[in-house]
Design a binder for this molecule. Structure first.
Ligand code: HEC
Ligand code: HEC
Length: 257
């Protein structure tokens, strides 16, 4: 709570200082970014726990924000991201089950115009522009309560590409940060079952350095990977639907080639 309280003083000074906060976070690493997110949570509910996952009930102030933002999500966000956070729209990411810490920081980056490596990023930035810190918190808490995508994030699964992508994901420690089930946690996004078209843009953005992260972790994880390997990774992630990923991976590896 101490880090959160200190950060909470910094975030309301939106225009100039909050950009500095994010850039400092990008330089200083995960801890600074985590306290940025914690700060925004702390302003409302005072818990800062960021649990969200399906347990909205009984958290006092947090519940109020989530209910109001559920209605605004339906009105403002569902057309692109889907009413339950599963996007049917090309290039638009699924949001369901994203950790609230991850979501709030991304909304912050959009609001400040710092995330712009995607052909539709301007649309997202326009939407985020008018959000208050309470909105960032309310939307991200609500997003965390939406169900993770239950079907693969695109097209037909190609066993050879899936296997190559899975091998790369272990070699390059993707699962070390994103989790064996690729569900993410705190500042690390859920990537299992995400749309393949969106994943490709995200991975290329990190590899080329145009997409800003908390640290250079993603740039380092992707260093030296070629185009075909990035495509295999995106294919694997899209078809590794979170809950089923370990079993599906095990079955794939034991099947004869
Ligand atoms: C016009 C379509 C559109 C609408 C409406 C829209 N979004 Fe988005 N959203 C996008 C696109 C496209 C991206 C990916 C942009 C990028 O990668 O730069 C995105 C990205 C995001 C992300 C980051 C996801 C990730 O995996 O990093 C969050 C969080 C988000 N949107 C929340 C919202 C919320 C909350 C609303 C409503 C207030 C909303 N969006 C409305 C198109 C939309
Ligand atoms: C050291 C931890 C770490 C490692 C290793 C790592 N990631 Fe990440 N990844 C992150 C974090 C943290 C983010 C959020 C963006 C940021 O702040 O850098 C992220 C973001 C992403 C995103 C964007 C998701 C979205 O919704 O926009 C994708 C896709 C992704 N990682 C895939 C991978 C793949 C594939 C690998 C392995 C080649 C990998 N990651 C390795 C920590 C890691």
């Amino acid at each position: 709570m101490t880090a959160g309280t200190a950060g909470a003083r910094a975030t309301p000074a939106r225009a100039g200082r909050s950009v500095a906060v994010v850039l400092a976070a990008a330089r200083a690493g995960v801890l600074a970014a985590a306290s940025l997110a914690a700060a925004a949570f702390a302003q409302g509910s005072g818990t800062g726990a960021g649990t969200g996952a399906g347990t909205g009930a009984g958290t006092g102030a947090g519940t109020g924000a989530t209910t109001a933002h559920a209605a605004r999500y339906a009105e403002l966000c569902a057309a692109c991201h889907g009413p339950r956070g599963t996007s049917e729209m090309a290039l638009v990411p699924h949001l369901g089950g994203q950790p609230s810490f991850y979501a709030i920081t991304q909304l912050f980056l959009f609001r400040e115009g710092r995330r712009n490596d995607h052909p539709l990023a301007a649309a997202m930035a326009t939407i985020a522009k008018g959000m208050s810190d309470a909105d960032l918190r309310g939307f991200s808490e609500f997003i965390a309560t939406l169900p993770p995508p239950s079907a693969a994030g695109g097209g037909t699964r190609d066993a050879a590409r899936f296997d190559r992508g899975r091998a790369l994901a272990f070699q390059h420690h993707c699962t070390g940060c994103h989790g064996a089930d690729l569900a993410g946690g705190r500042q690390v996004p859920r990537v299992g079952g995400q749309r393949e078209d969106y994943l490709l843009i995200a991975l290329k953005g990190f590899r080329s350095g145009v997409r800003l992260g908390y640290t250079n972790a993603m740039g380092e994880a992707l260093a030296g990977l070629g185009e075909a390997q990035i495509e295999d990774l995106a294919h694997f992630l899209a078809h590794a639907v979170a809950a089923a990923a370990p079993a599906a991976a095990a079955a794939a590896s034991s099947s004869p080639r």
